[in-house]
Ligand binder design. Structure first.
Ligand code: FES
Ligand SMILES: [Fe+2]
Length: 460
């Protein structure tokens, strides 16, 4: 039994969703600059989006043992994601119920309880207040649940990915993910045991709105221009066969790739259609990176016939999977978007390793594969992400031109037969189309308009 506290708008303040005419600000083919620049809109997003829909929090491999914890955020709320003593995943508010300071100042660790650094209140990792210094100074009954830590009332995992929402009306996570879960399954199932372990992160912060990153997450239009230096480097190595970024060197819409929108703001870009189903098929598509020929010949020397199947486990899956609003799987990485303010965002790239619980591979092979996965993770996140971030910062500057109000997302819009709607409701379009953006903005608008049924929860 837990106690739910319903959240309404604070008294004497207009509910955020009544602030604007959302249908005017986001139209079918264009969006108003204010949605990227207005702090009041950002504040509504921090409840209606980051809270109103399932938001990615952490991966189960980051808290594998009982009492492991890791500190994260949901929108601006500081959270402690913890696996409690009974193995249950919880998302505790990292906020002392006494006077509001953050309770845990560590990034991660293992603890059955958290002691507040300010006055020493002590909380169990279930969120319950265990004790306070010199309790005889209180007439109040400190066993009242209101002194227990707030927590996110709905925390669910999909195959190791932990999501949370405050919205009691949100669909169960698996239903919410719907068709995108098939692509997530494919991303996982090529690995031994169908799983990955999340490693340390490569962290970027940019001076721009968080949506600029999500708007870019499935964008195949910018690649040839924004990532020109990376593309030229790869083209020098790519030879006749386009692979990796080299796909985009000319007429990307005629290449074997497409985008698909699967609902609820989720979409993916798929460069797998010409992936050959043979050992080494995936490795053959791996983007050029320094030293890869050396690794390849080492693998052949060490593992003989098995070398190419093992190299496939190191190679990057050629698909970008985006779960609205803050989660992407790209190649071997997980990317998380973390809003800081209306004009500042963290873009965090987590590496992933394979594990071999069933002992199908030998130990050296696992180490070699994971070492090589690290090399692939040094590629795009270092040489490509910086190009994207430069654009996000320059868009934020450009949008300060107050009178020039609109940004356009109409590529592919209104051309008969170009964008296709399928029986399951999903939508496909050529790789450079902005259909994904038009669609995720419909979800954004739906959430911004909704007066959501929010709650936090406390232990009784
Ligand atoms: S603010 Fe945490 S004990 Fe006072
Ligand atoms: Fe990019």
């Amino acid at each position: 039994m837990t106690v739910l506290e319903k959240i309404g708008s604070p008294p004497a303040r207009l509910g955020g969703s009544a602030l604007y005419d959302w249908d005017y600000l986001v139209q079918e083919d264009r969006a108003h600059r204010l949605i990227y620049t207005d702090p009041a809109i950002f504040e509504v997003e921090m409840t209606n989006i980051f809270g109103g829909t399932w938001t990615y929090l952490a991966h189960e491999s980051e808290i594998p043992r009982e009492n492991d914890f890791i500190t994260r955020r949901m929108g601006l709320r500081p959270l402690i994601i913890v696996r409690d003593g009974e193995g249950k995943n919880r998302a505790l508010y990292n906020r002392c119920t006494h006077r509001g300071t953050t309770l845990c100042r560590w990034d991660k660790g293992n603890s059955k309880s958290f002691q507040c650094p300010y006055h020493g209140w002590n909380f169990l990792n279930t969120g319950r207040l265990r004790g306070v210094p010199w309790p005889e100074g209180y007439a109040a009954d400190l066993r009242d649940p209101k002194y227990n830590l707030a927590q996110v009332p709905r925390v669910e995992s999909y195959r190791g990915f932990i999501f949370g929402t405050l919205n009691l009306d949100a669909l169960p996570l698996t239903e919410h993910l719907g068709p995108i879960s098939t692509v997530i399954d494919e991303w996982l199932d090529r690995n031994p045991g169908g799983k990955v372990v999340v490693c340390e992160a490569n962290r970027f912060r940019y001076k721009g709105n968080w949506k600029l990153a999500y708007d870019n997450s499935c964008d195949g239009y910018h690649v040839a221009y924004s990532h020109r230096s990376l593309l030229e480097t790869e083209n020098r190595f790519a030879g006749e066969n386009a692979k990796g970024m080299a796909y985009y060197r000319n007429s990307p819409d005629t290449q074997p790739m497409y985008m698909r929108y699967t609902g609820h703001g989720n979409h993916f870009k798929d460069k797998r259609p010409n992936l050959e189903k043979r050992p080494g098929g995936l490795w053959a598509l791996e983007s050029a990176h320094p030293g890869m020929e050396h690794y390849e010949s080492e693998f052949i020397k060490r593992y003989g016939d098995r070398a190419f199947a093992l190299l496939d486990l190191a190679g990057s899956e050629p698909v970008n999977i985006n779960v609205f609003p803050n989660f992407s799987l790209l190649g071997n990485h997980i990317q998380v978007f973390e809003p800081v303010s209306v004009e500042e965002t963290n873009a965090i790239w987590y590496g992933t390793m394979i594990v071999d619980d069933n002992g199908k591979l030998d130990k050296d092979a696992v180490t070699d594969i994971n070492a090589l996965r690290m090399r692939t993770q040094e590629g795009f996140p270092n040489f490509g992400e910086v190009d994207d971030i430069a654009n996000f910062e320059q868009i934020q500057r450009g949008l300060m031109a107050i009178e020039d109000e609109w940004v356009y997302m109409n590529r592919g819009f209104g051309i008969p037969g170009r964008v296709k709607t399928h029986e399951d409701g999903s939508i496909t379009a050529p790789a450079t189309d902005e259909a994904f953006m038009r669609e995720h903005f419909k979800e954004w608008k739906r959430l911004m308009k909704t007066r959501a049924n929010f709650a936090i929860q406390r232990e009784p």
